[in-house]
Design a protein around this ligand. Structure first.
Ligand code: N01
Length: 549
């Protein structure tokens, strides 16, 4: 490296670092570690009072890992960390994930470089000094050559704009900003809006305690058995003993999990074979359902219909009241909204204290101080749970709304599309790097591993800049356009863009509606490696005008 690490240097009211990091969740934490290991000075900010990001905020009843799960939803950079940590369940509860994250923060002494309870109110690029300047909620300023936006793909909550919602005087909670104090539902009438992963996890738990739960459903959802279970000591021992081989498998797998990839298609199976196969997957449950599925499920309407029919049949078998079961019938392409794992969601509709309102037939008209009024009548409630999701993938970057070259804000650049190159960089915003942003596999990939891999690429890129005496780099317009076409081109072979989902931005009014995730994680990381090995084509580089940092 040509640059030396610089300690924080108070200079008037501004402190200087090599790297500023926004967010101390799973990605931001790894960024601190990685750039420190490179010998760079770092400072991270987080609005929360401790590490964990999404796991710090999403502590609603029933919140658990709903991906392929433990023990592989973890960092891979430290063998010692893997060897010393015990996971107890396959779908770890939020508190278990948070305990792991806190352990990582302790072990690598991450907190000393994090300023908590501090919101980054503005980020602007200073063209004269070729540095980013952050303004924080405590009135401080900091500058750095590199800015890492580890702001979370699912962290900007989406609160519905329903007439009178702010007039409701009972308790209101968003699943994505759950209070840290215990919430009691005992003896209370609760309304839950939202039947995505959060609502489907939370509702059965709330129903165990509440007097009554009214689910206000806009879109009926496909959900699959989570099949959460204890991880045996033998399984943990096996994962540890074969860690190197497991890690190699994770790196090779399209989703970043240590599973074999197969090529079976629904088109090659008879209806009877498909039925038997779905039944086998259903009985086994877990996220493996989707990983082992026919590879044409998200591409062929016919294949997709066969699975959708299977799941609809299962819902009818579980839900005893036929009228409720009718309302629960999803009518979109299965798995084109983020697949959901459920722990007793459909069974909960067999309880006397759970009722379902189909908002398509019976829309919400307004809230009052004490109730929600739908077209068919009034539902008095004490608690409102908003499981209404997030302004996902691009929302947290737009909330930050950094100011790039020429005073241009990100909101001005991202009006029609989330223009970017490699899912990491944006023209006009030199040396700014997004983690799990639009154009990356982000939410389609094992997120801790994805953060490590993206950060590793960024670290190499920073070394490249320093080695060649460049102070700044940003993608060209052509490379952004080509990348956007690559992302959209991959998605166009699938059914994903045809469904309204947070993947397509359709859940937030006014947002550009297109599928912005890079499908194919392993291809993505090969693309990143290719760009690095060719000395980073697609970027404009700018020499250092200051003679160092
Ligand atoms: O959010 P969602 P989520 N009126 O957007 C409804 C991850 N996650 O928080 O489908 C009425 O999926 C909306 O309806 P519709 C996981 O990747 C991980 O549940 O847009 N309803 C939908 O039903 C997941 O996919 C974990 O028509 C309104 C719901 O609210 C992602 O986070 C746990 C509405 C929102 O569903 C997001 O899941 C949980 C309105 N105005 C989640 N606005 C773990 O791993 C929205 N809805 C622990």
């Amino acid at each position: 490296m040509t640059s030396q690490p610089q300690p924080s240097q108070p200079n008037g009211s501004i402190e200087h670092f090599d790297v500023l990091i926004i967010g101390a969740g799973v990605s931001g934490m790894y960024a601190i570690h990685h750039f420190r290991e490179m010998g760079l000075s770092v400072r991270a900010y987080d609005g929360a009072s401790d590490v964990g990001g999404t796991w710090w905020y999403n502590r609603y009843p029933g919140a658990r890992v709903d991906g392929p799960g433990s023990p592989f939803y973890c960092y891979t950079f430290s063998e010692e960390l893997m060897q010393e940590w015990d996971w107890e369940e396959t779908q770890s509860e939020w508190s278990a994930v948070l305990a792991y994250i806190e352990h990582v923060a302790d072990k690598f002494d991450l907190r000393r470089d994090i300023q908590f309870e501090t919101w980054v109110e503005d980020a602007s690029y200073d063209e004269a000094t070729q540095r980013w300047i952050l303004q924080t909620s405590d009135g401080q300023r900091a500058s750095a050559r590199y800015l890492i936006c580890a702001v979370g793909a699912l962290s900007t909550t989406n609160k519905p704009d329903i007439p009178g919602i702010d007039d409701f005087t009972g308790e209101t909670y968003h699943t994505g900003q759950w209070p840290h104090e215990p919430v009691s539902f005992a003896g209370k009438r609760v309304a839950v809006i939202g039947t995505g992963s959060s609502g489907i996890q939370a509702m059965p738990e709330i129903a165990k305690e509440a007097d009554h739960v009214t689910v206000l459903q806009r879109t009926a959802q496909f959900a699959f058995p989570a099949a959460n279970r204890a991880i045996t000591k033998e399984e943990m021992a096996d994962a540890r003993a074969n860690w190197e081989a497991t890690k190699a498998k994770m790196l090779a797998n399209p989703g970043g999990f240590p599973f074999d990839v197969h090529e079976r298609t629904a088109a090659d199976a008879t209806p009877e074979e498909r039925e038997a196969f779905y039944e086998e997957l259903w009985q086994r449950g877990s996220f493996k359902f989707f990983l082992d599925l026919y590879t044409d499920i998200a591409m062929s309407e016919e294949a997709n219909d066969s699975l959708a029919d299977f799941v609809r049949k299962k819902i009818r078998e579980i839900v005893k009241d036929p009228e409720t079961a009718d309302k629960l019938m999803p009518d979109h392409y299965v798995i084109t909204k983020r697949p959901i794992l459920e722990n007793g969601y459909f069974e909960a509709y067999n309880r006397d204290n759970v009722s379902l309102v189909d908002l398509r037939e019976d829309p919400i008209e307004r809230f009052t101080e004490t109730s929600v009024i739908t077209q068919s009548g009034e539902h008095p409630i004490d608690v409102l749970v908003l499981a209404t999701g997030f302004d996902a993938i691009s929302g947290s970057m737009l909330r930050l709304n950094p100011q790039g070259r020429g005073g241009v804000r990100l909101k001005e650049r991202w009006t029609d599309r989330f223009h970017n190159y490699l899912g990491l960089t944006i023209r006009g915003f030199p040396n700014l790097f997004m983690i799990h942003g639009p154009g990356s596999p982000g939410v389609f990939y094992n997120m801790p591993l994805g953060a490590e891999r993206q950060m590793s690429w960024i670290g190499d890129f920073v070394r490249h800049l320093e080695k060649h005496g460049y102070a700044a780099a940003e993608p060209t317009t052509d490379s952004e356009e080509a990348w956007g076409n690559e992302v959209t081109g991959m998605a166009s072979f699938t059914l994903f863009p045809k469904t309204d989902s947070w993947w397509t931005g359709a859940n937030v009014p006014g947002k550009p509606r297109y599928f912005s995730v890079y499908l194919g994680g392993s291809i993505y990381y090969e693309r990143l490696a290719g760009v690095a090995s060719e000395n980073y084509p697609g970027f404009d580089f700018e020499p250092d005008r200051q003679g160092g940092h």
